[in-house]
Design a protein around this ligand. Structure first.
Ligand code: CO
Length: 463
């Protein structure tokens, strides 16, 4: 795979993943197409050596893995983590706000988004709905279905500068008042005011997308607005990518592509679906690989499907049921926690410690924080440096200014709950949590190469 094809695949993934639910559904599709076997949490698992599986939780988190020889306490497990959610505007349950002849949609602010970047944009609406459906046998069931308008359905209009002369000096956006996506105008038909019921409009769209299901009633929904404009290259020489949700779909995509690629034989010759489990040479050298992409990082990860929840530990305890074996396996394992890093902004170098200010198009960023907001330490950092050297790609280091607080990732969450040695890394990004973020055109592919290298190599032991 070359960089051009890789970026094309990334753009496609982001374009079709307006929410975490869509991101996971798209990952499921790719994994299924590549022979990964679906597991369900409520069923009994029979895990075979040298096989590939995936399991989802809540439709918004996913774990996929390749098994080795069923002795992970000998080899350790190679894990790559990322998060599936991004900051967005989440629709309230009774969202109609009718004001001055117009209908807007009431929203909550999900995650730490940059509010003003959401004004005057074509906003798509997508997510999932839970419906009551009527089966052929007359019984009722509850279904959850994905929904995606895939269009610029709404927009949040700014107030004209003529009506707010202080807009460029004093304006502070109020999430309750200023961030309402405008959905429709109320037309006067035959002298009476037309009614706008959000659920009715939504149900129409759901039926359009799922005509095979006999939907009786729309019960509830998890919907959010997102930028409707797909990713594009920017810059005189197309050296940058402008895209929604780079944080953190860029990383989910790198994890997904790496685990799929490490099974198709082109990178890791040791693994194939036809491998003989009794092949001692293969058994001794193949460490299980796993990707874990979880929801709710932008709101603290402390949920059933979040990195602080039980998803990863429950999967690992089913794969390695014996407690001692499992703890031994953790002690030999390694996690690369992927999340984007702050690149140096051309106008704001005072916001960085200039010794640790990553640049766009200069390779993956190793993230370090003394207060352990990132899980990297000198051993895990050294391992990542070594991996990048083996992959023949440059890398950079980020440390927040000492007079500024530092963000966090899922790295500390999964590292603290399992004890697995973890490094926090990510692609350099500008405008993190804006509706559109910028990374270098070379950066996603370099991150992929690092992850790919990690999955396909035998890691040297840390003694
Ligand atoms: Co992030």
């Amino acid at each position: 795979m070359n960089q051009e094809k890789y970026n094309e695949s990334l753009f496609n993934f982001i374009k079709h993943s307006p929410t975490q639910y869509h991101a996971v559904a798209n990952m499921v599709k790719t994994l299924s197409n590549n022979g990964f076997i679906p597991l369900k949490e409520d069923e009994k698992w029979i895990i075979k050596p040298y096989s590939k599986y995936f399991v989802t939780r809540n439709g918004s988190s996913i774990i996929a893995f390749l098994t080795g020889d069923n002795c992970p306490w000998e080899s350790g497990i190679k894990l790559v983590g990322a998060h599936t959610d991004s900051p967005c505007l989440k629709v309230k349950p009774i969202p109609e706000v009718k004001n001055n002849g117009m209908v807007s949609i009431g929203v909550e602010i999900y995650g730490g988004l940059i509010l003003n970047s959401w004004l005057d944009r074509g906003l798509n609406l997508a997510g999932r709905v839970t419906v009551l459906s009527l089966n052929d046998d007359g019984k009722e069931s509850i279904f959850t279905l994905l929904v995606n308008y895939d269009s610029a359905l709404a927009t949040i209009p700014s107030l004209a500068i003529h009506l707010d002369r202080d807009v460029n000096t004093k304006k502070v956006l109020n999430p309750q008042v200023d961030m309402l996506p405008l959905l429709d105008t109320i037309r006067n038909t035959n002298g009476s005011t037309a009614k706008m019921k959000f659920r009715e409009i939504l149900l129409e769209q759901v039926i359009k997308q799922h005509s095979n299901i006999n939907i009786k009633e729309l019960l509830d929904f998890d919907l959010s607005f997102s930028d409707s404009q797909p990713p594009f290259f920017t810059g005189a020489n197309q050296t940058m990518i402008s895209s929604p949700r780079l944080d953190n779909l860029l990383s989910c995509h790198a994890a997904l592509k790496s685990i799929v690629r490490s099974t198709n034989g082109s990178i890791d010759k040791k693994f194939s679906t036809n491998s003989n489990p009794n092949d001692v040479a293969a058994a001794n050298s193949f460490a299980p690989c796993m990707i874990v992409c979880t929801d709710h990082e932008e709101v603290g990860s402390d949920t059933a499907s979040g990195a602080r929840g039980s998803f990863l530990s429950s999967v690992l305890s089913r794969l390695i049921p014996n407690t001692e074996d499992r703890i031994r396996s953790y002690a030999k394992s390694f996690i690369i926690s992927l999340d984007n890093a702050h690149a140096l902004h051309p106008s704001y170098n005072e916001r960085h410690d200039l010794n640790h200010a990553p640049l766009i198009n200069n390779g993956p960023v190793l993230k370090i924080n003394g207060s352990q907001r990132y899980a990297s330490d000198c051993e895990s950092s050294a391992m990542f440096r070594y991996i990048c050297r083996c992959a023949d790609i440059p890398m950079q280091t980020f440390v927040m200014r000492s007079d500024m607080p530092c963000g966090s990732t899922i790295g500390p969450a999964i590292s603290s709950s399992t004890g697995i040695k973890t490094v926090d890394v990510g692609a350099p990004t500008l405008g993190m949590h804006s509706i559109r973020e910028i990374t270098g055109s070379d950066d996603p592919f370099m991150l992929f190469k690092a992850v790919n290298q990690f999955f396909s190599m035998d890691l040297p032991p840390i003694l």
